[in-house]
Ligand binder design. Structure first.
Ligand code: 26W
Length: 822
């Protein structure tokens, strides 16, 4: 409980004006909107500061076990709105600013997103931080402070253009550099072996060069609970020695050049997900994060403990996919080479401390690094990995005598071609817990991808179905719906999402349905205005808003969606009186800059859109809009306005999905396959309240292995044939008729993701959607039942399971003492 009185509206105004005048040295005449935003941010920051100090102090005093969530990505979005919500001062600030003639919504729009992530994995990390703080768990997020986040996407001539995201160009009021938390990170050099005084064989890493990791701390406020956790991001700094060496050689420009090269490590986020690019700089980034974080963890541990065997009682480390997995050999190296522990003692500590989450089963996304590259960059770590592997294979060999094929399959080193380190195998061998992110995905890990490992250590495998934070993804982004819900069932859902069940009876209440849909319409109008401003496309808030927003990838099948749009267009053209509800098909998502098929799909969506939107024969019934630069803040505008959520990946490919949860939480109905968390969403909202279609995972696997022939569908389904012929003959690219042919050729000759096999079932499911939308009362009922069924998908539930099953940590309530004295 808060012992400190909440500030009054007058206090808030005073603080705002104070910061405008003293921190920014502006007055109401000279201040820009950006200044106003900053003044507000600084004033809100003040409310976090003492809570932050209290939280960190209390963890130290209680010597609580901490969890460290290490991730190469944190897709945080904006901080201000989230801080206002979690501090519980949104309404007070709204009033305070209104009296000064300012709009809090407008000021929030000034903030640039912190886009330090690609998509699902990075946003999950951000939701987890919110839940950990809201559940009062002693937790830290550790990542990299990229100078350039996810690129800014522009659409030029229908195609994607990437613009650097210089997010730190303006002052960032949410970060604090901690010059005292500086760790040296070593690279390259060589390893020498020697015998120490007690006659033991030892290794020493020499001739390396050093880069410094500089800490920047970001506050992570819990929801109305005085907890403020820390996200610590590392930035690369050239070490001073390094500078001086060059300087002493009289090579001033050379010294500045190599300083720049060194500091490149934290320059930019790699924008490809689901595809390993194999660049050396990426491996440097991964080690930079791993090493700085492990050093920091040991430093904090050492403040209260000197016996390293206690580390697993004080520390849990969660690896967000394999990207930070070098933390494992790094901890081993420090324990053995620097702290002089035996291999066995170090190994026991390591395996008890680490846990690994897998986020994808796509082969091309599994990290493998060439042995020669690892050897050059991290010679000591490679030896440690070899030794881990040697001992591991010895164990496997004794469990499965004579099974050499198994040894090859399980080895951490893949020597089928150029030797490579399989990072997932390293993570599994050294972790006490391995989890997938939905029930289906976790089964696939056990039955298929990691089956060999499951046979050796079944007890290590578990599931943690993903979740999302309802504070950002309902309360903040959809305030009117949130208020209606609270008015009806109270506001406990903000910290216990299962409370939403109590909405179920209200689905039968016609007055409640009316208010529910009025809010949806308002949100749609707001999005329509936004789209008109950005895309110059006029759309009706009475049309069905059909949304697919996520990274562009073949497995997610945006192409299947656009095939369906073209088929719909053809039907409308052929039967002008056709009674279909008007639809607006909305797309958003970035393609990896190197992923040419994904970029061509974006171009196709826009090309189809410009034909349809400009065809007066249909454009009252069908429109297509591609919203540029899909990001957290844009998503916050789309979810509340969606009627239909497209979750149509090929069964067995989407590990979980989390956008699916955000849409349903905001009352959209899902059209989707039995993939990832869609299955669990169906279980929660009921089969009658979701549009499920298509192949199941076993069917998809079976079809591929029995010799899938996509052309059979092409010849059997006349509508499909027409659509594919139109696209490949240039109907949507008259100036360049062959432009989209590669997409069609790929569908006809390979179609790995089985679009043609699912086309017919998808069309049928879309027809069901149309029929239901024509009965507004039934649609509204199901919309309410979707929100009502989303309790399970709070990231609070997910984090509760991690804390209990994997980390062994407990809530540590924080007492807020207010202004600090000596
Ligand atoms: C090395 C390149 C790279 C970068 C990122 C490969 C793979 C990734 C991520 C693991 C991809 C990712 O974001 N996966 C998504 O993780 C979400 C959170 O668990 C899931 O909901 C999505 O289904 C999954 O695609």
């Amino acid at each position: 409980m808060d012992q400190v009185a909440q500030p009054s509206v007058k206090d808030l105004q005073k603080s705002f004006i104070y910061h405008l005048q003293h921190t920014l040295v502006k007055d109401k005449y000279s201040a820009t909107k950006a200044d106003m935003y900053l003044a507000l941010a600084y004033a809100v920051r003040d409310l976090l500061a003492t809570r932050w100090l209290d939280t960190q102090q209390s963890y130290y005093l209680k010597d609580a076990k901490r969890v460290y969530y290490i991730s190469m990505e944190f897709l945080m979005g904006r901080t201000l709105g989230n801080a206002l919500i979690n501090l519980g001062v949104m309404e007070e600030w709204d009033m305070a600013l209104k009296e000064l003639g300012l709009s809090i919504e407008e000021l929030q729009e000034v903030e640039w997103d912190a886009g330090l992530g690609n998509g699902g994995l990075g946003r999950l990390a951000a939701c987890f931080l919110d839940s950990m703080a809201s559940m009062q768990l002693p937790a830290y997020g550790y990542g990299i402070r990229y100078e350039y986040g996810m690129f800014y996407q522009k659409i030029v001539d229908g195609g994607q253009h990437e613009v650097p995201d210089n997010w730190l160009r303006y002052q960032n009021p949410w970060e604090f550099d901690r010059q005292e938390h500086l760790h040296p990170i070593r690279f390259e050099g060589r390893v020498v072996e020697f015998t120490d005084r007690d006659g033991s064989k030892r290794f020493s890493w020499v001739d390396y060069y050093e880069v410094m990791a500089l800490a920047y701390d970001f506050p992570v406020p819990g929801y109305k609970n005085n907890t403020v956790n820390t996200m610590r991001l590392w930035s690369a700094k050239a070490s001073r020695d390094f500078d001086l060496n060059f300087f002493n050689q009289g090579n001033y420009i050379g010294s500045v050049e190599s300083k720049m090269k060194t500091e490149n490590i934290s320059k930019v986020l790699y924008p490809a997900d689901h595809m390993l690019e194999g660049k050396e700089l990426r491996l440097r980034q991964e080690y930079f994060l791993a090493s700085a974080t492990v050093q920091d963890i040991l430093y904090r541990f050492a403040k209260k403990h000197d016996n390293l065997t206690e580390l697993p009682d004080q520390v849990a480390i969660q690896l967000n996919d394999t990207h930070p997995v070098l933390a494992i050999p790094e901890l081993m190296r420090i324990l053995i080479d620097e702290r002089k522990l035996t291999w066995e003692a170090a190994w026991e500590i390591t395996t008890k401390t680490f846990a690994y989450t897998n986020h994808t089963i796509l082969q091309e996304a599994l990290e493998k690094w060439p042995v020669p590259m690892v050897s050059r960059l991290l010679p000591r770590h490679l030896l440690i990995i070899f030794e881990i592997n040697r001992r591991f294979l010895e164990e496997v060999a004794s469990r499965f005598p004579g099974d050499t094929a198994r040894l090859q399959r399980m080895s951490i080193i893949d020597d089928s071609g150029e030797k490579q380190v399989r990072m997932a195998h390293l993570a599994i061998v050294a972790s006490h817990s391995i989890n997938g992110v939905s029930a289906l995905h976790s089964e696939i890990l056990k039955d298929d991808l990691f089956h060999d490992f499951y046979e050796v250590w079944p007890e290590r495998f578990n599931n943690k179905t993903n979740g999302i934070t309802q504070r950002r993804w309902l309360k903040h982004c959809n305030p009117y719906l949130a208020d209606l819900i609270s008015e009806a069932i109270g506001d406990k859902w903000t910290t216990d999402l299962d409370e939403l069940q109590n909405l179920r009876p209200l689905a039968e209440d016609s007055e409640f349905r009316r208010r529910w849909m009025d809010i949806k319409r308002m949100n749609k109008q707001r999005l329509a205005d936004h789209i008109y401003q950005r895309n110059c496309i006029q759309i009706s808030p009475d049309s069905l808003f059909d949304c697919q927003t996520k990274r562009i990838h073949e497995y997610k099948r945006q192409l299947l969606n656009i095939l369906q749009v073209v088929a719909r267009y053809n039907r409308l053209k052929e039967y002008p009186g056709l009674e279909l509800p008007p639809r607006t098909v909305i797309f958003g998502g970035k393609a990896a800059p190197s992923y040419s098929a994904a970029k061509l799909i974006i171009k196709l969506i826009n090309s189809v859109g410009s034909v349809i939107n400009n065809d007066p024969a249909v454009n009252q019934q069908l429109k297509v809009a591609f919203l540029a630069n899909y990001s957290v803040s844009l998503a916050e505008k789309i979810f509340p306005a969606a009627d239909l959520s497209e979750q149509i990946s090929t069964a067995g490919t989407e590990a979980s999905g989390t956008g699916n949860m955000k849409y349903a939480l905001n009352g959209a109905l899902t059209i989707g396959t039995l993939d990832g968390a869609n299955i669990e969403i169906m279980e929660e909202v009921g089969k009658d309240n979701i549009f499920i279609f298509g192949l199941t995972t076993p069917q998809a696997v079976g079809l591929r292995s029995s010799g899938y022939r996509p052309q059979d569908y092409y010849y059997q389904l006349p509508e499909l044939k027409t659509v594919l012929d139109q696209i490949s003959s240039g109907m949507f690219s008259p100036g360049n008729p062959g432009l989209f042919r590669p997409l069609v050729d790929n569908l006809l000759n390979s179609d790995y993701y089985l679009l043609l096999a699912d086309f017919d079932a998808y069309m049928d499911a879309q027809a069901d959607v149309d029929r239901l939308y024509m009965i507004p009362d039934e649609w509204a009922r199901k919309s309410i039942l979707n929100t009502a069924g989303m309790g399970k998908f709070s990231s609070d539930r997910t984090i509760g399971e991690y804390a209990r099953d994997i980390w062994g940590i407990k809530p540590q309530p924080v007492e807020h003492k207010g202004i600090h004295h000596w």
